[in-house]
Design a protein around this ligand. Structure first.
Ligand code: GA4
Length: 335
């Protein structure tokens, strides 16, 4: 009995902590200097923030979402023609190459237009050109948003850097990706509806994003959670869905380039017991040969250098040899 009531106390306590934590919201119509400072604060404290009044045309977003849903609604044998993921293409449950599993289906695409049009032939046989058009159009608007955020970060960090970060995403050899994740309603068995809705199940396990920064948008279904360090320990905090907004997530490369000042946040996605969830992520990455080293001004006597120089290609190779939840930046830490 005593144990049970203590458990309950712990649950109530954790609930209270969660209520106290709210993910920062940045309004891009604010005065630029103010918004830039707030973005830096959000990236230092949480590694994630929501962007509203972002100026991204919603019809472009809706067209991309509709294309995604059209694909995930195809018969299984049709979808499998776009897989297995190598890592690009269509995947079910299996994530990466080292045994990580999740309750989801996904499409992983490179954002290079020629790669998109090649993949479109297996993803949308009925109209590959239209599929490519919709994806390219979406990639363009989310890339612009990512670049705008990176330029504001330059300004907010006050290091005198102008556009070095956003140029990496605009480079024609940028290694950025687009991912569509479809989380079916989480019945007790994957897609086995006979057992009724299941408890909270992990759809995509705990990890940090490896790239510079992620632009995430989901339908109106909850699932995304981030880890927040509190005095009481780590707590999983739900990130409320908002289909009219975007969430920006700091990645490992941005953490390394700011010498650890900005934090790549660990997050996961839970499957939802009531509705299926569709999320769309743009992962902004530099070209493979780019050297990842701290931006000028981020290494100071008070903030000694944290990570050794590595290329994005080197980092990517390491990340595919490791499990999803591995703290891969630790491999590059200087002592
Ligand atoms: C996590 C973020 C992105 O979804 C992703 C994932 C990638 C994959 O699914 O192919 C990885 C994962 C992600 C990090 C570790 C490795 C690689 C699966 C995995 C186990 C596309 C990415 O860039 O890194």
């Amino acid at each position: 009995m005593v144990v049970a009531s203590l458990d309950l106390e712990a649950v109530v306590h954790e609930e209270r902590i969660r209520e106290l934590i709210s993910i920062p919201v940045i309004d891009l119509s604010w005065r630029r200097e103010h918004a830039s400072k707030e973005i830096v604060k959000a990236c230092e404290k949480f590694g994630v923030f929501k962007v509203v009044n972002h100026g991204v045309p919603m019809d472009v977003v809706e067209r991309m979402e509709a294309k995604g849903m059209e694909f995930f609604s195809l018969p299984e044998n049709e979808k499998h023609k776009a897989g297995p993921p190598n890592p690009l293409g269509y995947g079910v449950r299996s994530i990466g190459f080292n045994g990580d599993m999740g309750d989801l289906e996904y499409l992983l695409l490179h954002t290079n237009p020629s790669s998109i049009s090649q993949k479109a032939r297996t993803i949308c046989k009925s109209n590959p050109n239209n599929f490519s058009y919709v994806v390219n159009e979406y990639v363009e608007v989310v890339r612009d948003l990512a670049c705008q955020v990176l330029e504001m970060l330059d300004q907010g960090l006050g290091l005198g850097n102008r556009g070095e970060l956003s140029e990496l995403l605009r480079d024609s050899e940028s290694d950025s990706l687009l991912r569509l994740n479809y989380y079916p309603t989480c019945y007790n068995g994957f897609k086995d509806k006979s057992a009724g809705p299941g408890p909270g199940r992990v759809g995509f396990g705990e990890h940090s994003d490896p790239q510079l920064l992620t632009v995430l948008r989901s339908n109106n279904v909850s699932g995304l959670q981030i880890v927040v360090d509190t005095l009481e320990g780590e707590v999983w905090v739900p990130v409320p869905p908002d289909p009219s907004a975007f969430y920006i997530i700091v990645g490992d490369v941005l953490q390394a380039m700011t010498n650890g000042r900005l934090m790549s946040v660990r997050h996961r996605a839970m499957a939802n017991p009531r509705s299926s969830r569709l999320s769309m992520m743009y992962f902004g990455a530099p070209p493979l040969h780019t050297s990842i080293r701290p931006l000028p001004g981020t290494v100071t006597p008070d903030a000694p250098r944290k990570y050794r120089t590595f290329t994005w290609g080197e980092f990517k190779k390491a990340m595919y040899s490791l499990r999803l939840g591995y703290n891969r930046l630790d491999l590059y830490m200087l002592d």
